[in-house]
Design a protein around this ligand. Sequence first.
Ligand SMILES: [Zn+2]
Length: 201
Amino acid sequence: MLDLAQSRLCRLFCLFILSALGTTGCGNSYKVSKLKQYRLAIAAGSTPEFVTGFQTLIKDYNGFAGSTVLTFESSPADANSSIIITKGLVTSNAEGLGTGKVGLGQWLSETNVENPVTVIPGQSAKETIRYSMRVEFDYDYMTTKTHYELQKLFFHEVGHGLELNHNLTDVHDVMYPDVGVGETKDFDAYFTYVRNYMADQ
Ligand SMILES: [Zn+2]
């Protein structure tokens, strides 16, 4: 298990939204609407088993959160977020980063921010943020691990999609970089964050 520790480190793509969330320089209010509707579909690597598996993981997620945070779409055309299942993700050399060890899962933000081209003096500028994500998982890991291990990995990667960063100090935190360290994870603390995050509209 330990020799896999490094490979489990998932890459972070820290694409923070740096847009102004307060007011513009000229004093006009800046209206921001946040559309946190995560509709996920398996965009690559789908099998009937994965469809059932991810439906269950999403049901688990919403159950812990106490509301519908994620929805599963059978067709990618109906989704705004992608699940990718890749054989050999752990050792793939995608994008030429690091040692070529991507890890068991990774997350990419696909959040889209729409801004008006011009701000009309005296009127509010409106910004719409459509939250979405792309999460990618290793085929071998997803077909051999226990349901609890899959929850740990899935919740971790989705956590990035909900703007959570790594917690480097607590191995029981879902957002500790290595999901294999810390046999049990503190789902309660994690989903407290999720509830607060979703409430911030
Ligand atoms: Zn991570």
